[in-house]
Design a protein. Structure first.
Length: 232
């Protein structure tokens, strides 16, 4: 997806205020057709769009003794992904928008955010609190360290997303700016801000990041991945 396709999807989407409504009363006398109602005669839960739920609450006010509305999103344009479609390990608290691709045996840890249009490769680990911006591409067998930001390129529109090639390790709290490509087998040190392309097989560090050395045997040992963490 390019930036303009994403912008059009957001512009043309039906904006929804997503809510969970807990209610009690004479619920067996209420028609809940058209909404997702889970419950029984005197207590239940409705999950869905407030615009569709609110008329039911108003029409049946005398039959509802009490209710509480919990707002999950306000005028949301793009839904969350159906996690069941991914053959990956996705831990609680990860936020994954629709129109995202996640490869087999990838790992997404708590607090990670993956925005629409992003692609995550096979066996890649997205660590805690990583932000994978819109349209960012991460290859196979990578580790994106905790707190890292891969910049999104939706606004302002840009033709060049962040691209992380295969077998890349990025240390914690690094920032990869929009349009940057990190080459295969490269290592980005923790806390670095990467403003320009990184050649394959190089270690970079600093603010802004610069070349330190070629990846050698010692570096490869220290940055190797653990296959057992990617088993499902």
């Amino acid at each position: 997806m390019d930036a303009y396709e994403i912008i059009e999807k957001i512009r043309s989407s039906k904006k929804m205020t997503l809510v969970t409504v807990y209610l009690s009363g004479k619920l067996d006398e209420i028609c809940f057709d058209g909404v997702n109602f889970i419950g029984g005669r005197d207590f239940g839960v409705i999950i869905g769009n407030l615009d569709e739920i609110k008329p039911i609450l108003e029409r049946n006010a005398e039959k509802i003794s009490n209710h509480h509305i919990e707002v999950k999103a306000r005028n949301s344009a793009i839904p969350m992904s159906d996690l069941l479609k991914f053959n990956a390990r996705i831990e609680p608290g990860a936020i994954i928008r629709d129109f995202v691709e996640i490869g087999d045996n990838a790992v997404v840890l708590m607090g990670a955010v993956i925005n629409l249009g992003a692609i995550i490769g096979k066996r890649t680990m997205i660590d805690m609190n990583v932000v994978v911006g819109g349209r960012a591409i991460v290859g196979d067998d990578c580790h994106i360290g905790a707190g890292t930001v891969l910049a999104g390129v939706v606004e302002p529109p840009s033709d060049m997303p962040v691209v992380i090639e295969d077998n890349v390790l990025i240390g914690a709290n690094a920032v990869i700016l929009e349009g940057v490509r990190v080459g295969k087998g490269a290592v980005v040190a923790a806390g670095s801000i990467v403003t320009k392309d990184v050649e394959p097989g190089w270690v970079v560090a600093g603010v802004p990041a610069h070349k330190i050395k070629k990846v050698d045997e010692k570096t490869a040992r220290k940055t190797c991945l653990v296959p057992e963490l990617r088993q499902l």
